[in-house]
Design a protein around this ligand. Structure first.
Ligand code: SAH
Length: 229
């Protein structure tokens, strides 16, 4: 989907998109200066028009250094947090990725540009439909949407090369380890309902390896292997 990045960079270029300058500043100041180094990831963030994922009343804040309210009480994650998680996932053009917590679809779009295929699960049908519409608007077509409890993963298309979770969980849901290829990576916030640590889990032949990447705040993962509703 790297050609897709080029296509979007043209469609939402400095000439065509009044938000281009703000988006460029977001990439340079919020992402690169804070330590995001993967050039492909940085390019994807420049290519995806974040403002179209933000509810109309908040569009002028779309490129601010902050999470933004969505609906159903959910939020669009802060750009830096999305970038950090995506970088830790080590996406590439060959990988099949499971995303849990579609939300607005912003991260879904970024992932789609950097991987072979994205499978994304969301609890709320309204959000899943919203995200589907946005990706259609960008002509991104390597994403499969599903409404359900993503704390159980998604058996239908397993095994995955990577699993990325945009909601906080009490621990790594067991089904994720079963649905992951050897060498696969899970990026997931782990903690309580209000405060988590960003954890990268690597599935190796000898077992699992965990790396901790700092504190974060996500809405809770609600479901069988998450928190109670
Ligand atoms: N990356 C998204 C973040 C959305 S917030 C964005 O930037 O827009 C997290 C999302 O996880 C919410 O939409 C919430 O409804 C969803 N969620 C919570 N528990 C879930 C579960 N068990 N399965 C699927 N989605 C879940």
């Amino acid at each position: 989907m790297i050609e897709k990045i080029k296509e979007l960079l043209e469609r939402y270029s400095e000439k065509n998109d009044k938000y281009f300058k703000l988006r460029k500043e977001m990439v340079e100041i919020q992402l690169r200066e804070r330590g995001i180094t993967n050039e492909k990831v940085l390019e994807a963030f420049l290519a995806v028009p974040r403002h179209i994922f933000v509810p109309e009343s908040r569009r002028s804040f779309a490129y601010d250094d902050t999470p933004l309210p969505l609906f159903e009480g959910q939020t669009i994650s802060q750009p830096y947090m999305v970038a950090l998680m995506v970088e830790l996932l080590e996406p590439d053009e060959k990988k099949h990725i499971l995303e849990v917590g579609t939300g607005s679809g912003y991260q879904t779009a970024i992932l789609a540009l950097l991987s072979k295929q994205v499978y994304t699960v969301e609890r709320y049908e309204s959000l899943s439909e919203y995200a589907k519409e946005k990706l259609k608007e960008l002509s991104i077509d390597n994403v499969v949407f599903h409404v359900g409890d993503g704390s159980e993963g998604w058996m239908d298309f397993a095994p995955y090369d990577g699993i990325i979770v945009s909601a906080g969980a009490p621990d790594v849901p067991e089904p994720y380890l079963e649905q992951l290829n050897p060498g696969g990576i899970i990026v997931i916030p782990i903690g309580d309902r209000f405060y988590q640590d960003l954890v990268k889990v690597i599935k190796t032949e000898k077992g699992i390896k965990k790396e901790y990447h700092g504190p974060c705040v996500f809405v809770p993962l609600i479901g069988k292997y998450g928190f109670k509703d």
